[in-house]
Ligand binder design. Sequence first.
Ligand code: ADP
Ligand code: MG
Length: 445
Amino acid sequence: LWGQAREELQKIVGADSFATWIEPLRLTGVSEGTATIACPTRFLSDWVARHYSNDILQVLDRIEGPVQRLNFETRAQTARQAAAPAKRVAAPRPVAANDDLAAPLDQRFTFENFVVGKPNELAHAAARRVAEGGPVTFNPLFLYGGVGLGKTHLMHAIAREIQTRQPEARVLYLSAEQFMYRFVQALRERTMMDFKEMFRAVSVLMVDDVQFIAGKDSTQEEFFHTFNTLVDQGKQIVISADRSPGEIKDLEERIKSRLQCGLVVDLHPTDYELRLGILQSKTDNFRQQYPGLKIAPGVLEFLAHRITSNVRVLEGALQRLFAFASLMGREINLDMTQECLADILRANDRKVSIEEIQRKVAEHYNIRLADMIGPKRVRTVARPRQIAMYLSKQMTSRSLPEIGRRFGGRDHTTIMHGVKKIEELRSADHSLAEDIDLLRRLLEA
Ligand code: ADP
Ligand code: MG
């Protein structure tokens, strides 16, 4: 019957609103004129109660027989009630901070599952602090770093922790892309008031991968207003991006400066110890999934040495290894590892080439690739060229004469001069140093 009611509701409220608000609901029962509806989160139930109660009541009344009242239950309550009679332990938390507006939170992305090492300890500490809502909080908290270094993991962990500590808090986690999608939808359907109201009703707003809205002018504008309103009301904001605010191109200056006025912390590329730690922790999880599987000593160390790109790749490699070994009924040893992960290992062996460096740098500074090797001496061309020389020296094992040859047959002393120049500038010019770090990260990705 709920199925039929849903169909009617969809006709009444329209497909999009239905998908956003009604779809996640479940009718759990009707008794004495009260229909009980289960909702994944409190945020969602509040919203639905305010905006759709009449529609739902009418439809249910028609289909189910007399219904005069709605009783919304969040999954937290449902779970607690279900668990209560048996044992007096806390029910497992529902997927926190989540409703159809938000992206789902990954159950595995908790603080407990986050392995802390030198490269991420600052970001982790800041995330903890914000999640605990201590006396000194950072607002906004801006987390940035390369692909697969744990930004999304930390954001989910924060959302979950806040929701656990303050079940009443409305934590809204979503990607910048979803933010834009909702915004555009609201424009199209002329529901901007609802959109604004909805965002402004949250207590914690978390937007992942904010670089996505760079260049999207009206979305940026709306984001900026939402952001300001929430900050002014003392609401916590957490943002992530693949680069620092200053490095995001096509992002308005006023947004950059607002993003910078809280705490900006980065997740550095992993080092060997962190990778090994993560491998050990993931292995413990896999052992439960594949009981009885053996791993020969040295395998994890080998992986930590050889797979340096990012944590996601590392995880994928381990996953494949376990699946393969369990299929073959064999122990995981070095031979198997090399055979089974040949492609991943090869990809990680790949070193950056001078050509790639020239291309990326030219792209970044909007100059022609040909000017990298050409003779032009104007600063706007010569400086990027020197940066490319510097990165070539740093990131490849080529000698100065070899680098010179690839920069249009320049002399090795020219290359040396270029490298020195950038080294000097780097320590004096903060924004140049940031540029170079960014380029390096892009090249390493
Ligand atoms: P990002 O959002 O920065 O691209 P994710 O947060 O999605 O990266 O992380 C990619 C994968 O690596 C996820 O499965 C995540 O759990 C895992 N991961 C990243 N860093 C860590 C860490 N320090 N400890 C445990 N797992 C991690
Ligand atoms: Mg992410």
